[in-house]
Design a protein around this ligand. Structure first.
Ligand code: THU
Length: 129
């Protein structure tokens, strides 16, 4: 799939600036690319009660779905470390609800290096009703 991977990673890095992570200090940003070129970004939003914490990926998905976007091509996720941050299991399943195995997942960190994979590789045999 042909799209500007660096631009999507940069959008995720921009969103990471807004991360609210006073408890884990693990700041994450995500950027979801739609077929029409539109990008929805998100950051993790933690909570004193811990369990209401929202991951950056699900924040981006919620923004997209709530604005009528459904056709996703790729998502970039960037964590706070050089090593690549991969989506947690819950986010993999949420992404699977709205995309298929072909969704491209770019996993980055604080440097230029990123890993490219697919949702199918991260979540084989995802659950659907
Ligand atoms: N987090 C994300 O935002 N995305 C991931 O894929 C991994 C985890 C957040 C949740 C929590 O705020 C912090 O990172 C530590 O788990």
């Amino acid at each position: 799939m042909n799209f500007d991977r660096k631009a999507l990673l940069r959008a995720a890095m921009e969103a990471r600036k807004f991360s609210y992570a006073p408890f884990s200090k693990f700041h994450v940003g995500a950027a979801l690319l739609c077929a029409d070129g539109k990008i929805f970004s998100g950051c993790n939003i933690e909570n004193s009660a811990y369990s209401p914490t929202l991951c950056a990926e699900r924040c981006a998905v919620a923004k997209a779905i709530s604005e009528g976007a459904r056709d996703f091509i790729a998502i970039a996720v960037v964590g706070p470390e050089e090593s690549q941050t991969t989506p947690c299991g819950v986010c993999r399943q949420v992404l699977y609800e709205f995309s298929d195995e072909d969704l491209i997942v770019l996993c980055g960190g604080t440097d230029e290096h990123y890993m490219e994979t697919t949702l199918g590789a991260l979540l084989p045999n995802g659950f659907r009703l």
